[in-house]
Design a binder for this molecule. Structure first.
Ligand code: PLP
Length: 424
């Protein structure tokens, strides 16, 4: 199974039916599992054997989805969550606690910025932000004795800046801390952060993994091999966990200590597990990921080129454009620039808003990354409470329209933008 190519793994990995079992991953819609005697359950509780006993901790449908994602990202284990927000929150909280510090790139998804600045701070975890294109020397100066991780998005939403993995991983590893990468926008089809030094990968599976806008979800994947012991900075990983009879994650689960700790602490105690139906839908989405992502890339590039040449368009940002400043990093780290672009119409905020309101095929949605083309004008929608100066400080110009380019026929997508632009 390990030798299969990506397109085969998206379909075949994770679930291997035995003789006479359903060919399609079944939805195990059961909170609970039946056992013959107390010892069986005791062994499961004590993590002495694998199995299922309560779907808040693990469920066969969710397990199959986790296994497939671990294969696609080339990791050793994965833990699914009820949302991408929870995946990012607990990827951090699994190794950082009150008094600790995390470094993160600027220009991250707004929900992640809010999580980092408003919520984690209430739990005593301080996150400070650095410029995505920082040098290794400058980044090294920002690492403090209590810094527990570096966090970045492989392709930032909606800034569309590509992470400089090599720089971040070099600094992270020189300081004995892991690099955590949110790989939501590229998906493992376009980027494998583990190939470039990441130690933990997260996803909002709500986006291209599901791909059809049916279900909210998240996942955290562990590469394996990070030396938590030598680092000396992670007693929660290397010292006995009294809630599990003194279990030591790095000793008792040496292959995937981060994931086991994440499941038995975060998922068990906080109850942030993925529902079986959502795992089924995310798994179904994965089966066509490789086909969809090719078309998302192709359509986004064609729409970006059309907009760039349009007389009523002031600017276009798509890292896949040959003259994008992101091109060197796109070529180095990605196999395509994914399906999201941003642009501004000539005439500023009002003109951009009018273009967006005039689109017929592209729908106004607070969402990206599904098969249907969708648009969002942050200045009049998600960020409407901000003044223009505050918008610009957040990296969002008042005229910015974000387009999630779907996989409809590109001629129809372009015709839609053409008729809307004609109205300004
Ligand atoms: N990370 C990125 C890059 C995102 O774009 C999003 C949502 O848009 C999230 C995390 C949060 O994921 P969710 O909406 O599934 O909680």
């Amino acid at each position: 199974m390990k030798n299969w190519k990506f397109a085969t793994q998206t379909i075949q990995a994770g679930y291997e039916p035995k003789d006479g079992e359903p060919r399609i991953l079944p939805i195990v819609q059961s909170t609970t599992f039946k056992y013959d005697n107390a010892q069986s359950v005791a062994d499961l509780f004590d993590l002495k054997r694998e199995g299922f006993f309560y779907s808040r901790l693990a469920n066969p449908t969710v397990d199959a989805f986790e296994r497939k994602m671990a294969v696609l990202e080339k990791g050793v284990a994965a833990v699914a969550f009820n949302a991408g927000q929870a995946a990012n929150a607990f990827a951090i909280m699994n190794i950082a606690q009150a008094g600790d510090h995390v470094l993160a790139t600027g220009g991250l998804y707004g929900g992640t910025v809010s999580l980092f600045t408003n919520t984690l701070s209430k739990y005593g975890i301080e996150v400070s932000f650095f410029d995505t294109n920082i040098s290794a020397d400058e980044l090294a100066k920002l690492v403090r004795p209590n810094t527990k991780a570096i966090f970045a998005e492989s392709l930032a939403n909606p800034a569309l800046i590509v992470a400089d993995f090599e720089v971040y991983s070099q600094v992270a590893h020189a300081n004995g801390i892991p690099l955590i990468i949110d790989n939501t926008f590229p998906t493992p089809f376009l980027c494998n952060p583990f190939d470039f030094g990441a130690d933990i990968v997260t996803h909002s599976t709500t986006k291209y993994i599901d791909g059809h806008a049916t279900s909210v979800g998240g996942i955290v994947i562990e590469k394996g091999g990070f030396d938590w012991v030598s680092s000396g900075k992670f007693p929660g990983m290397t010292e006995p966990d009294e809630s599990y009879h003194g279990l030591i994650y790095t000793k008792d689960f040496a292959a995937c200590p981060f994931s086991v700790k994440l499941r038995v602490q975060a998922v068990r105690d906080m109850g942030v597990s993925m529902a079986p139906l959502n795992a089924f839908l995310a798994n179904l989405g994965l089966e066509t990921l490789h086909v969809r992502m090719e078309r998302h890339n192709e359509n986004a590039l064609k729409l970006a080129e059309f907009l760039r040449n349009h007389p009523k368009v002031a600017w276009v940002n798509y890292p896949g454009l040959s003259d994008s400043v992101e091109q060197p990093k796109v070529k180095k780290y990605l196999r395509g620039a994914s399906g999201v672009l941003t642009f501004g119409a000539k005439g500023g905020r009002e003109a951009s808003e009018k273009v967006m309101n005039s689109l017929k095929l592209a729908a106004i949605v607070v969402h990206v990354a599904d098969v249907r083309t969708g648009v969002l004008h942050p200045a009049s929608m998600t960020h409407r409470q901000l003044k223009d100066s505050e918008l610009i400080a957040a990296g969002i110009t008042p005229d910015l329209v974000r387009v999630s380019v779907g996989i409809e026929d590109i001629d129809d997508i372009i015709a839609d933008f053409d008729q809307a632009l004609a109205l300004i």
